[in-house]
Design a protein around this ligand. Structure first.
Ligand code: TRP
Length: 449
């Protein structure tokens, strides 16, 4: 269906760049290294890779084929496949997750932009006050909100320009730039004296460090990092032309995302060990430890620090626009709004939801919502740990047990000339392996709750 009003991807590479741009974000460069650090390094990475292959690639193919077949947003897609049923609620949950994730994602994206201009502050003391610079910034009431607004404004501008002119064009420029910048930083990192300890932490598995919590964290992280479980890939798939090979593209997107997460670790761990820092430092790893690493490099660290946060901003923007696109596409299709109206109104609402997230780290830090979590953490918990895995699980159950894997395989293979095709392996993963793995995640989340 070449739906001119909604637009289509201009080229296959353009689609892959946009979808990989969605997947590659703060999840890869900020979250993946710090979780890997917390759960023991190389063994965690291996488990993460297994989950990408066994669970995430089938889910990604499923989302893309549903999107391409229906040409709709997540809610419209379910309504079209099974009219008069309640399955559309799965799509609605995804839209809701998009609202929530983007609201706090934009706050952190704002931090990334502001850090492009913060090297003067953390360089001044040779890195000794990197923690104070970070703490002082995120707890202040106004500054983070200004950066949050700037980040959201950039996303609104790009999404407003539309699928072909906006998302695809920017991703085609930003993604290769990101990879080039990462390689520069990796070379610097692995040539530091003492980097070897970081390399062996990251690359030599010690399975005795692997815990049950670590295994489950790997599954959750794979899901989040690949932008799955909220209909993001349904929406991007809806702009696909019929001659795309979906399973092959799912491999390319997952491969690119996983490679960049892996490179992020290669960029961070050698440097962290070379400077005697703590790999399990947690969410502060990017905003505190990495600036400290740059500061202790001398003048050149100034430049590397700026490059790093430009890179992080690129990655965050290409992910955030995919979240905004899901919400926007829903209001364009279902409420018949024009793109400009949908993008601006939703962008402003999402910005406003983000405001308490930011204030909750400073002036409103006494407000705790879920089990001692601040506002930002609570929204992250609800969206990432409940809505996303639940959405992915229900999509798998839908395809595996209601709509039927035969129809899915037919829809997914349509137009595939050569390359990989979906078959009985896909059906087995969708019906059994992937849902069972997700049930294990739910149980862990419930216990954590
Ligand atoms: N995957 C992105 C990251 O790693 C974040 C993201 C974008 C996302 N779109 C999503 C996460 C949809 C879950 C669902 O930063």
């Amino acid at each position: 269906m070449e739906n001119q009003a909604r637009g289509n991807w201009g080229s296959r590479i353009g689609f892959i760049a946009a979808a990989a741009g969605s997947a590659v974000g703060l999840g890869n460069i900020w979250k993946f290294p710090y979780i890997t650090g917390q759960y023991g390094g190389a063994a965690f990475v291996i488990v993460y890779l297994l989950f990408v292959i066994l669970v995430c690639i089938p889910v990604m193919s499923s989302e893309l084929l549903v999107g391409r077949l229906t040409g709709k947003n997540p809610v419209g897609a379910f309504k079209q496949l099974v009219p008069q049923s309640s399955w559309w609620i799965v799509g609605a949950m995804g839209i809701l997750a998009g609202f929530i994730i983007l609201s706090f994602y934009s706050v952190i994206g704002g931090w990334a932009i502001s850090y492009i201009f913060r090297s003067g502050a953390y360089m001044a003391s040779g890195g000794a006050n990197a923690g104070d610079v970070f703490g002082g910034f995120i707890t202040s009431p106004i500054a983070p909100l200004v950066w949050h607004a700037i980040f959201m404004a950039i996303c609104i501008g790009i999404v407003m320009a539309g699928v072909e002119k906006g998302i695809e064009k920017y991703s085609k420029i930003l993604m290769p730039a990101l990879v080039v910048l990462m390689f520069i930083l990796i070379i610097r990192s692995i040539t530091l004296p003492g980097a070897g300890a970081g390399l062996s932490f990251y690359l030599k598995p010690d399975f005795s460090k692997l815990t049950g919590a670590g295994i489950l964290a790997a599954l959750g992280q794979a899901f989040f990092s690949l932008s799955l479980g909220m209909g993001c890939m349904i929406t991007y798939g809806s702009y696909l032309k019929k001659d795309t090979n979906i399973p092959t593209d799912a491999y390319w997107i997952s491969g690119a995302d996983t490679a960049i997460a892996f490179l992020a670790g290669l960029m961070i761990f050698p440097a962290v060990f070379a400077f005697g820092l703590e790999p399990g430092a947690g969410p502060g790893l990017t905003f505190i430890t990495v600036p400290a690493v740059f500061a202790s490099m001398g003048t050149i660290g100034h430049l590397f620090g700026i490059i790093f946060f430009v890179l992080l901003t690129f990655a965050a923007v290409t992910s955030a626009i995919s979240l905004l696109e899901v919400v926007t596409a829903y209001f364009i299709d279902e409420a018949k709004w024009d793109r400009k109206k949908a993008t601006v109104i939703m962008g402003i609402i999402i910005f406003l939801i983000g405001v308490p997230c930011s204030l909750g780290l400073g002036v409103w830090s006494n407000i705790k919502i879920i089990a001692g979590r601040d506002i930002l953490d609570s929204l992250d918990f609800v969206a990432s740990n409940i809505l996303l895995p639940l959405g992915g699980f229900l999509l798998l159950i839908f395809i595996g047990w209601f709509w039927g894997t035969d129809k899915a395989i037919k829809a997914g293979n349509e137009g595939a000339k050569g390359g990989i095709t979906l078959g009985s392996g896909y059906a087995f993963l969708v019906k059994y392996i992937a849902p069972i793995a997700l049930i294990i995640v739910f149980i862990m989340k419930i216990m954590e709750f």
